[in-house]
Design a protein around this ligand. Structure first.
Ligand SMILES: CC(C)(COP(=O)(O)OP(=O)(O)OC[C@H]1O[C@@H](n2cnc3c(N)ncnc32)[C@H](O)[C@@H]1OP(=O)(O)O)[C@@H](O)C(=O)NCCC(=O)NCCS
Length: 170
């Protein structure tokens, strides 16, 4: 399969934080953000695979700053690496200052999607060819994250995670 660039999977959306998406402190409810992330990441994975994709695991989510009611929240998702049927998608989330228009990073998340056929069986997807330095860094780290995720899910023996183990040997 011909390799594709991360930029071909770019998916962007901007949301307004509404009252039913806030917690009791009037800040964005984490669960609402997780759903937005899942949705935009699925669009990104689908753009890469051109097949039906399902969420396989949520590998990392950070909630770095509280987000106010009424805030404009922008989510940008891109496939950082594709394996046989699975794809790692990184979602960067920023909040826009409504007076100055400046953007501040508020969250980052890493989700894994798997392309499936009509029977729900995993199917092959194109590989990724990073273009920028950041894309290369994310691509390199994605293999270690996949190994960690598989170990935690009980689907890989730690001894088999060569690249992940190498990180601790430094
Ligand atoms: C995702 C799903 C199709 C994978 O099924 P499976 O039997 O593990 O399939 P496979 O063994 O062929 O693995 C498929 C890929 O997923 C990867 N994978 C499985 N579990 C993983 C995990 N916890 N972390 C990272 N990757 C994982 C495998 O390594 C494999 O990757 P590769 O093909 O790129 O090497 C299956 O678990 C499923 O249908 N889950 C439900 C999905 C869903 O409904 N999502 C919505 C949640 S509400």
């Amino acid at each position: 399969m011909k390799a594709k660039k991360p930029s071909e999977s770019l998916a962007i959306t901007t949301k307004v934080v509404l009252p039913n998406e806030t917690n009791t402190l009037g800040k964005l409810f984490g669960g609402a953000l997780l759903a937005w992330m899942d949705e935009i990441a699925a669009v990104s994975a689908h753009r890469h695979a051109k097949q039906v994709v399902v969420t396989s695991s949520v590998n990392h989510v950070s909630f770095d700053i509280p987000v106010d009611l009424g805030a404009f929240v922008t989510l940008e998702a891109k496939v950082s690496r594709a394996f046989r049927s699975s794809m790692e998608v990184v979602i960067d989330v920023s909040v826009e200052d409504r007076e100055t228009g400046e953007s501040k990073m508020s969250n980052q998340a890493i989700y894994t999607f798997v392309a499936v056929n009509k029977e729900g069986k995993s199917v092959e997807v194109p590989p990724i060819e990073p273009e920028t330095e950041e894309e290369q860094r994310r691509y390199d780290a994605a293999l270690r994250r996949k190994q960690l995720s598989l170990i935690l899910a009980g689907k890989m023996e730690p001894d088999a995670a060569t690249e992940l183990k190498a990180l601790f040997a430094k």
